[in-house]
Design a protein around this ligand. Structure first.
Ligand code: ADP
Ligand code: MG
Length: 618
């Protein structure tokens, strides 16, 4: 019988192979951007027309190619990046297969212009469907420009499979984000149909994230750093309260290469366990650096999957690093009543009680002294110190001994809106347990004489903390606690500008800055009662509050700081409270000057009279 096996002609083989590498315009974007990075460029421009269906062009200022290399680069398995099989295990470049340009040229119209630095002129090469149409000498800047036009012009079936421009552009932008996030030290720009969509200057990682995802992102990021022998982790996770319903902003980079890993994703998810609302996903931007010998990136043609030698260790390290960061920034449950007291911060009430000087100021200077408020919050303890929410027990200082006092204050509290003159709470219900009930870990419901009271726990606690902070800051103006070691915090230049603008006011509240540099500040002192672990989050919150604040003439840094700190430290919706904690919150709220509203003027509680209830039952 006759032999039937034939070798496929090159152009057919190339088209088949192209299918592996190029699925859509975004694949071309990825390959061209990666080549530009491998060429040591520091400025890269991406130009897109019709979501890349008509044109994908990448212009770089990298090392360029010689005439011969320009021609060779389009041959299959032509690469300058590896020489032998061993090199596969020492990869420091994105590319190594030498297939991308050959594949792209098989299914599109490609124009390459390239010049090396030491040359006066460069090369222009035009290839259409694997055929070299021309190669000429041109005047062109150092670096390389590759234009890919009319993708899949010779494979109509593939072209028809492309999705709408909106969908394809989304893929292109995703790819652009991934590459740009992995390389903050390279400046990137994206032009879509003639208009500039992104312009990302060289920056630090945090700023790159912010430049891509918007200024608001800054306040959402918690740094993660871990350096071990097998793995270096750096980057950010999103604060749990900003978790999204979609999995959008989840990025792992291994040795600067974007990868997908369900397994490592699980490590992050488990670090966030208990912190996220159902159905939401934490965002993360994490760079893992490992010895190239311990990974195999060769298992997937488009290289977004990767095999690690020791996945279990990576999993454990990643999980614990993220957990640690969340804890350090006090994002892990702020109130954990059942925790081991040995794990308390040094600022917990028990220790503070022995450490804090008994009397720091003459109480007669207390501007709140005339107010009823001071009786309940100041009467019990002159040592009373604003405790962070994480040591909520602090709020109980002296509670027992001043029980009667509280009761008296309390029975005097009345609603302005209430007509009747009776007492607010049923006398016999005060100091009894179970007078309050927590609804959906969000509201505290209590009985009042006229009917029912419903308190928003988060807003109420903000009010309580705000007044306490304000009082503390006003009384102990410039009182500061010295840090054992200076704290260095990194910020974007924009944030530093805000800190500079607020510096004097911040120093009045107790912050001590030993230096403010372009992208970092050194802090040697913080306001009394603010734990070191909170400082970064408080400043970030403050910065974002200032950014969002409509500037007004009564702007007061103290007030803003108190608001900001209250916001950062208040118990959150979703936090379950035991009945004595609920009652204490109620007591503290009604001992406030303005219990009705949160520091940002939102209603803290509502009431419903028995009459109103009765009407509902008609
Ligand atoms: P790979 O990146 O896997 O080596 P490619 O087909 O993407 O394969 O590129 C082939 C070769 O062409 C590269 O190895 C490199 O030498 C050269 N090359 C491609 N793009 C550029 C560029 N933008 N600047 C300089 N050289 C490039
Ligand atoms: Mg390549």
């Amino acid at each position: 019988m006759a032999d039937i096996i034939q070798l496929l002609p090159d152009h057919v083989a190339n088209q088949i192979a192209a299918g592996e590498v190029v699925q859509r315009p975004a694949s071309v974007v990825k390959e061209l951007l990666e080549n530009a990075i491998d060429a040591n460029s520091d400025t890269i421009k991406l130009i897109i027309k019709d979501a890349g269906k008509t044109l994908v062009q990448v212009i770089d200022n990298g090392k360029g190619m010689s005439n011969t290399d320009a021609r060779l680069s389009f041959e299959r398995h032509a690469t300058s990046k590896i020489r032998n099989a061993e090199d596969l295990f020492q990869l420091h470049t994105k590319g190594f297969r030498g297939e991308a340009l050959a594949s792209i040229a098989a299914i599109a119209h490609v124009e390459l212009k390239t010049k090396q630095d030491q040359e006066d002129v460069g090369t222009c090469l035009i290839i259409e469907g694997s055929n070299v149409v021309s190669q000429e000498v041109v005047v062109t800047p150092t670096g390389t420009s590759v234009s890919v036009k009319n993708l899949f012009f010779n494979i109509p079936a593939r072209r028809n499979f492309l999705k709408s421009d909106t969908v394809e552009l989304r893929h292109v932008i995703d790819e652009f984000h991934r590459v740009a996030l992995a390389h903050p030290s390279i400046s990137f720009a994206l032009y879509n149909n003639g208009s500039e969509t992104f312009n990302l200057p060289v920056s630090n990682y945090r700023q790159r994230i912010v430049n891509i995802f918007g200024n608001k992102t800054n306040e959402k990021l918690v740094p993660v750093e871990e350096d071990t022998e097998v793995l270096k982790i750096s980057g950010f996770v999103g604060k749990p309260e900003f978790a999204k319903k979609t999995r959008g902003e989840q990025y792992f980079f291994v040795n600067n290469r974007f990868i997908k890993s369900a397994y490592l994703n699980h490590a992050i998810a488990s670090a966030f366990e208990g912190l996220l609302k159902n159905g939401t996903h934490a965002s993360y931007f994490l760079n893992l650096t490992v010895d190239p010998q311990t990974i195999d990136i060769n298992i997937h043609p488009t290289k977004t999957e990767i095999k690690f030698d020791d996945e279990h260790t990576l999993y454990a390290l990643l999980r614990s690093a993220v957990k640690h960061s969340l804890g350090q920034f006090n994002i892990a449950p702020v109130l954990d009543f059942e925790r081991d007291p040995n794990l308390d911060t040094p600022y917990s009430y028990k220790q503070a009680d022995t450490d804090v000087p008994k009397v720091e100021v003459d109480r007669s200077f207390n501007p709140f002294q005339e107010e009823k408020v001071s009786k309940s919050s100041g009467g019990g303890t002159s040592t009373y110190k604003r405790e962070p929410a994480s040591s909520w027990e602090g709020l109980y200082v002296g509670l027992e001994s001043k029980g009667n006092q509280t009761e008296r204050d309390f029975t005097e509290v009345q609603f302005e809106s209430e007509e009747q003159t009776g007492t607010f709470f049923e006398d016999d219900q005060i100091d009894q347990t179970n007078t309050t009930y927590q609804l959906h870990n969000k509201y505290i419901v209590s009985t009042i004489k006229s009917g029912m009271l419903v308190i928003d726990q988060h807003r109420a606690h903000q009010r309580i903390l705000y007044e306490d902070f304000l009082k503390n800051l006003t009384i102990k103006e410039a009182a500061s606690q010295q840090l054992l070691f200076p704290l260095q915090l990194h910020f974007s230049p924009q944030d530093i500008a805000i800190i500079n603008q607020l510096k004097d006011d911040l120093e009045h509240t107790g912050f001590v800055f030993s230096s403010v540099k372009d992208e970092s500040v050194d802090i040697t002192g913080v306001p009394i009662g603010v734990p070191e672990s909170e400082v970064s989050i408080i400043l970030e919150q403050l910065i974002s509050d200032v950014e969002n604040e409509v500037p007004d003439t009564h702007f007061s840094a103290t007030d803003l700081l108190a608001k900001s700190m209250a916001k950062s430290l208040a118990i959150k919706t979703g936090q379950s409270l035991q009945s004595d904690e609920q009652e204490h919150l109620v007591n503290k709220l009604f001992a406030c000057k303005e219990p009705n509203v949160s520091p940002t003027n939102r209603t803290t509680f509502i009431t419903m009279s028995v009459d109103e209830l009765d009407k509902k039952f008609i």
